[in-house]
Unconditional design. Structure first.
Length: 291
């Protein structure tokens, strides 16, 4: 059932195999064996490696999803009653947050609770807390799902940065500068859209899907870059090109967990230590100029 659900979600055998951390040939053998045993075809094999569920496949996948949901709910319910400050805690965070301000707070948490092992998943995607892809998420969006519990930690400011040797001391004409930006398929990312709307395409001379790589490229003098202030301001190899945070790029940082886990001792301890630590850095996060 897990195999059929994984393939149905991914839309391909390779994607389903990757989700289950097995190789392609193993998933292929298991699916063929399952179809032989049931005497029914579960997927139509379409051109381009697409696997489309048949009516039987949809029935199996739907049942598997219900079983998964019940199993995850049971797991959260049992975990939510755990009042021990030992065990593991799976946390997900963006790349830039993990690179900069988060690590020091994780060190403080480790000192306070050495019996808790933090498993940090650095991923810019929004992982599912309902499916236990993570226990706690640090997100730049307010949680909308009714089964999630969150706490706002800070506002996040963004502005434009460049290497001092590139920017100089005089007035800045953005049309005269090269830029570091996102890949061509990055529509929907606010920073990428801001660049696309205001900067000529020919002036974006370097593109990367990683904001940390963009940050590094800007320090090397390749071009100007949009960054969250908590990443750009502490870096001596960069200076602000636009003095104030850009209003339309403002975001919020939230710490989020599933409601079933909010009273777990490990989760409460993380909210308290790491959450309060990030709140204490809210001036840096907002992009306030410090003396």
């Amino acid at each position: 059932m897990k195999l059929v659900l994984a393939i149905a979600r991914a839309g391909s055998l390779g994607g389903g195999a990757a989700a289950l951390a097995v190789n392609h040939s193993t998933a292929f053998r298991r699916l063929n064996a399952l179809e032989d045993k049931l005497g029914v075809r579960l997927f139509e094999r379409l051109p381009g490696g697409v696997y489309q569920p048949t009516a039987a496949g949809e029935r199996v996948a739907s049942t598997a999803e219900r079983v998964e949901t019940e199993a995850d709910a049971l797991s959260r319910d049992v975990s939510g009653q755990d009042q021990r400050l030992v065990g593991s805690l799976r946390v997900t965070s963006s790349e830039t947050l993990a690179y900069s301000v988060l690590t020091a707070e994780l060190a403080r948490f480790r000192t306070a609770h050495p019996g808790i092992v933090v498993d940090l998943v650095v991923d810019n995607r929004i992982l599912s807390l309902s499916r236990r892809e993570a226990d706690i998420a640090l997100r730049v969006t307010r949680p909308k799902e009714p089964d999630l519990f969150g706490r706002k930690l800070a506002d996040i400011g963004w502005t434009l940065y460049g290497a001092p040797s590139l920017v100089g001391d005089g007035p800045v004409d953005l049309a005269a500068f090269d830029f570091v930006g996102w890949g061509e398929d990055a529509s929907g990312i606010a920073a990428a859209d801001w660049i696309n709307e205001r900067i000529a395409r020919t002036r974006v001379v370097y593109r990367a899907s990683s904001l940390i790589n963009q940050f590094t490229a800007a320090k090397a003098g390749i071009g100007l870059v949009l960054l969250p202030c908590y990443l750009g301001d502490p870096e001596p190899g960069l200076c602000r090109v636009i003095d104030e945070p850009i209003a339309e790029l403002a975001r919020e940082l939230w710490i989020v967990t599933h409601t079933d886990l909010r009273k777990t001792a490990r989760v409460r301890a993380f909210f308290s230590i790491v959450g309060d630590g990030l709140i204490a850095k809210s001036s840096l996060m907002r992009g306030e100029r410090l003396a």
